[in-house]
Design a protein around this ligand. Structure first.
Ligand code: TYD
Ligand code: MG
Length: 465
């Protein structure tokens, strides 16, 4: 017989505990445990019923490519891996107000000319969505619009004969299933609603676009509890203060991950930015100290961004390390290598590091650009304005080769750079590449220091034979 017990579920990551505590041990968030009633059914085992033999097939064989719908918004199509796959579920996560509803309204309006699209809003009234559409200049798109929260009703509408082929659920935290006791937005509701909707979508070949808010206070379940259920997870990055919005694929069963789409939030909604490097470098000032242009790679696309560093004497006993857009433990590593292997004394200084434009870089190839920006800020010598920098730094200070060097160099040449400070390639290809860029190949981090003529604090380098 089913037994009802209560348990405490973290609203951030979904971990459940038999007892309440202030902190979730799984994700480290505070005050996120909420009591939920759980029906625990006793496992019954298989019993007597006979199973059916599964038909196995060979690994080789002809499979059709997943049929896709292109939205025509190229930045969005690329992030999805080349359009929306029929019968797939896609989660769009991000902070409130970052532009999820705007993007999905634009996507449905673009698709609506050829496909039956429905936009189901649980957050906004029909009039509000209409007003937004008017603002975006999309009022005439044949999108079916509804304000609804009850998943039972939504499923009935999806299963109707004239039901939509593409449906937006905005947002999953406002939906509820009436047989569950918990409030909308709790982990139990969010999971149950999503799994019911996804089941129907798969059955009927509907493309389901789910909006999930990233929440800070822990009262509502975040989109992370859904990541394993959907086929594709896209997150909006960027600050609301910036006008740039970066959509990143963190999971994709139908395409590559780490692909980014760059948009600009303007008067009439999100506008695509086809060449993000130009945008990220637009505000760059030449010949100032503490900046380096990193030739990075986001998904399949090369992107140039400016890395800025400030090294300033610290009034505090424990100097500050503040990082925006990069990994702070990676910064600590670069600082340690500079100090221990190259004899650059940074210790008693505050260090601030920021990636201009709101992009979050996760590539280790940015190490060398960070090191160049740091050394430049420390010595007061600018990194050559016509140079891009990339390369991974190892713990002994060696500079390691990174992937897709050619693509990075080509993008740099396209944007008018003349030089690249870069690692020695893994193997020499013979013959220069077509980009025409001067290459300054560095073997060890100490090779970087002579490029900054001013005196580097005199301490003998250690650890290098
Ligand atoms: P929205 O899509 O409602 O965010 P979310 O669904 O992620 O919560 O975006 C709202 C923000 O976007 C709001 O701050 C206003 C801004 N915005 C514009 O700047 N221009 C526009 O054309 C639109 C529609 C919104
Ligand atoms: Mg919204």
């Amino acid at each position: 017989m089913a037994r009802t017990t209560s348990r405490y579920v973290c609203q951030n990551c979904g971990a459940s505990y038999p007892k309440w505590s202030g902190k979730c041990d799984a994700c480290g968030e505070w005050n996120t445990l909420v009591e939920e009633q759980a029906t625990e059914s006793v496992p019954k085992g298989l019993g007597k019923g006979q199973g059916r033999k599964i038909e196995f097939v060979a690994l080789s064989g002809v499979s059709k490519d997943a049929p896709r719908r292109m939205t025509g918004i190229q930045e969005f199509d690329r992030v999805c891996g080349g359009g929306l796959v029929n019968g797939s579920a896609l989660l769009v996560g991000g902070d409130p107000g970052i532009g999820k509803s705007t993007l999905l309204l634009q996507v449905t309006c673009c698709l609506a000319q050829e496909t039956r699209c429905a936009y189901i809003s649980g957050e906004e009234a029909v009039d509000q969505v209409r007003m937004r559409a008017a603002r975006l200049g999309l009022v005439n798109a044949p999108v079916a619009l509804a304000a609804a929260n009850n998943v039972r009703d939504i499923i009935a509408s999806l299963e109707a004969a004239d039901g939509p082929q593409v449906a937006v659920i905005d947002s999953i935290q406002t939906m509820y299933i009436d047989t569950l006791d918990s409030a909308p937005g709790t982990v139990a509701q969010v999971r149950a609603c999503a799994s019911e909707l996804i089941r129907v979508a798969k059955k009927r070949g509907i493309t389901l676009l789910i909006v999930g808010h990233v929440t800070k206070d822990g009262q509502i379940a975040g989109p992370r509890v859904l990541e394993h259920m959907v086929d594709t997870v896209l997150y909006f990055e960027g600050e609301r203060g910036h006008q740039f919005r970066i959509l990143r694929a963190v999971k994709n069963r139908f395409g590559p991950t780490d692909e980014i789409g760059v948009f600009e939030m303007g008067e009439d909604g999100l506008v695509e930015v086809p060449n993000p490097s130009e945008l990220f470098l637009a505000d760059r000032r030449r010949d100032i100290t503490g900046t380096a242009v990193f030739a990075g790679l986001e998904g399949t696309r090369p992107v140039l961004v400016e890395v800025q560093a400030l090294v300033a004497p610290s009034p505090l006993g424990t100097p500050r390390r503040a990082v925006v857009g990069w990994d702070s433990s990676r910064l600590a590593m670069v600082l340690a290598v500079l100090e221990a292997r190259c004899g650059v004394a940074i210790g008693a200084n505050d260090v601030y590091l920021s990636v201009a434009g709101g992009l979050k870089i996760s590539e280790p190839a940015a190490d060398l650009a960070v090191a160049a920006a740091l050394v430049s800020s420390l010595t007061g010598e600018p990194v050559p304005a016509d140079a891009v920098v990339f390369g991974e730094i190892g713990l002994s200070g060696e500079i390691r080769a990174v992937s897709q060097t050619d693509q990075r160099l080509k993008e740099a040449a396209k944007l008018g750079f003349n030089r690249a400070l870069m690692p020695q390639p893994r193997r020499s290809r013979g013959g220069g590449s077509a980009d025409g860029l001067g290459r300054v190949e560095l073997d060890h981090l100490t090779d970087l220091l002579p490029l900054f003529q001013a005196d580097v604090p005199p301490r003998p380098p250690r650890g290098r034979e």
